[in-house]
Design a protein around this ligand. Sequence first.
Ligand code: NAD
Ligand code: UDP
Length: 343
Amino acid sequence: MTKTILATGGAGYIGSHICYELLAAGYQVVVLDDFSNSSAESIKRVARLTNGAPVLIKGDVRDAAILDHVFSENRIDAVIHLAGVKAVGESVQNPQKYYDINVSGSVNLFGSMQRHGVSNVVFSSSATVYGIPEISPLTEDMPANPLNPYGQTKLMVENILRDMTAANPHWRSLLLRYFNPVGAHASGQIGEDPNGIPDNLFPYIAMVANKKQPKLNVFGDDYDTADGTCIRDYIHVVDLARGHVKAVDYLLSDRATDNSAEMVNLGTDQGSSVFQVLKAWEAACGFEIPYRIAPRRAGDAPAYYADSRRAKALLGWQAEYDLARMCADHWHWQSKNPDGYGK
Ligand code: NAD
Ligand code: UDP
């Protein structure tokens, strides 16, 4: 029988790619999203691309009544919980918003799952929980030390979910720690559509490539790395989305055990510097991306990348796409949709 997955925040950047991959893999999908950082257009496009019929419900994860309605009206087999806010800088300025949406929203969701007997959950956590690591690759058992309220909310929800999974009969959870998701679906129909001027490297370069910003500010070229710029583990959003299908497959199989909450890194295990990313973007676009060296950004870790062996062993997943493909697909989406979904 077809299994049904609830994706909270499913209309967003990562969520829309997950919905695509779930539908392509034969799952039915229910999306709950308040569209505070997305629009229904992404899910309409996913439906068109897959010939699928995802159910789309507008609502806030902090609203218990809407959650109870979603769980009563749909027989949900597993939840992928993506809904939340994610801007590090904003979380420092307005931590209350982050604790409210990310933590209270999650507690509310887990409470509703409990009331409706839904016991499988995948949570969107982040490599940001590791803080500024001294060594890489990062394994899941390395200490967590988030440096900002956003990272704190991710670690808190991991801990809440671990406790709830231990306490509730049949609960199974996966805490997926994403490294740096970038790129877009190969169709160029769905992709990242940030509000305002983005802080992150890929969407900022995309704006420069689209002549919406004059140049990229490279935040520091005097780090102790090969070319002096910071190193991150960029992962194609399609690889990341496929990791979620594997995660749900796993939770719904007899490979998973009840009352288990596993932390799993999702990365490529490869680090790329800002200059390497810039060069890969120039190759993808076929023209130069103007840049200048700017001061370091406060709180930036010099270098880190994942060790994703647990994802391979547990879920049978590993990333397939390289940096060239990430840049090519991100640019394909952005050049076809310079104003995103036009929301
Ligand atoms: P996104 O903003 O595109 O998606 C989040 C979605 O949640 C949006 O559609 C938004 O409208 C929705 N939403 C926000 N608050 C809500 C609420 N109260 N109720 C219901 N819906 C709500 O972001 P994304 O990049 O797709 O990130 C998805 C998840 O992955 C987030 O939890 C984020 O913290 C996590 N994550 C993202 C990254 C990244 O770099 N993009 C890295 C690590 C983890
Ligand atoms: N970065 C940059 N200019 C920008 C945005 C980011 O040089 O306009 C650098 C940033 O200092 C970091 C890397 O690019 O070293 C990745 O930044 P992003 O914000 O995308 O990811 P995060 O730092 O949160 O992992």
